[in-house]
Design a protein around this ligand. Sequence first.
Ligand code: UDP
Length: 235
Amino acid sequence: MHYKRILLKLSGEALMGERQYGIDPKRLAEYAEEIKSVTDQGIEVAIVIGGGNIFRGVAGASKGMDRVQGDHMGMLATVINGLALQSALEDGGIQTRLQSAIKINEVAEPFIRRKAIRHLEKGRVVIFGGGTGNPYFTTDSAAVLRAIEIHADVILKGTRVDGIYTADPEKDKKATKFDYITFEDVIKKGLKVMDTTAFTLSQENELPIIVFDMNTPGNLLKVVTGEKVGTKVNL
Ligand code: UDP
C-alpha cells in the first residue's frame, strides 16, 4: 500500500447527495462502502467532516448574526454529520470512534490525540467532529491540523471534481487538470485547493494533499494504492 494512515476530508455538502440541504442516507451508505474498501486493506483512516450542508458561520454573519455564534452552530453541525457518518460506517460493520473538538461528552469522546492514534492502531475509523474547536476556522484547517497531529501520510480531499484545474472546469471548457502541482505553484497561479490558513499549514508541515472525486466508486481505494487519480499537491 502506498499510504499507511490517511486523513480523509469530506465536506458537509458532499453528504447532501442530490438534496439541497441536510444528509442523504444513500450517499452516506456509498461513502461507508468506499471507506470500508480501504480499511479492509489494513489502512488506518481518520476523517474530518464539514458542516456546510447544515450551517456556515459566515452565512449567518452575512445576515447579521454574530460570527462567533454562527461558527459555534457550524461546529455543532459537523458533530451532527459526524454522528450520521459514524452510524453509516457501523451499519457497514466498521468500528468507529467520534471525537469532538468541543466537549459534548454524552455524544462523542473529547479529542485526545493519543487516544485517537490508539484507536487508529486498533483499526477503528476515527471521525473528528467540531472542526478545530475555534471560531474563524474551517474544517479544512481542522483536517490539516489533525492530519499533522496524528502523523497521517497524506490528506485526501474528497470533492465532486476530479482534481485541480487551470480554471474552473464547470465554467471554462479549456481548463486542464494537473496530475501533480507544487504548493508554490498553487499559490502563484491563485488556484483554490483549501483556504489559505489550511493550505499554508499543510505546506509548512510538508504534508501532501490529494484532491480527488469521491463520488466515483472505487476512487478512494485507487488513491490510497497510489494510482494516478486526482491531483497531488506536493513540495
Ligand atoms: N467551523 C468553525 N471552526 C472550525 C471548523 C468549522 O467555526 O474549526 C464552523 C464555521 O462556521 C464553518 C462551519 O463550522 O462555516 C462548517 O465548516 P466548513 O464550512 O468547513 O464545512 P464544509 O465546507 O467542509 O462543509
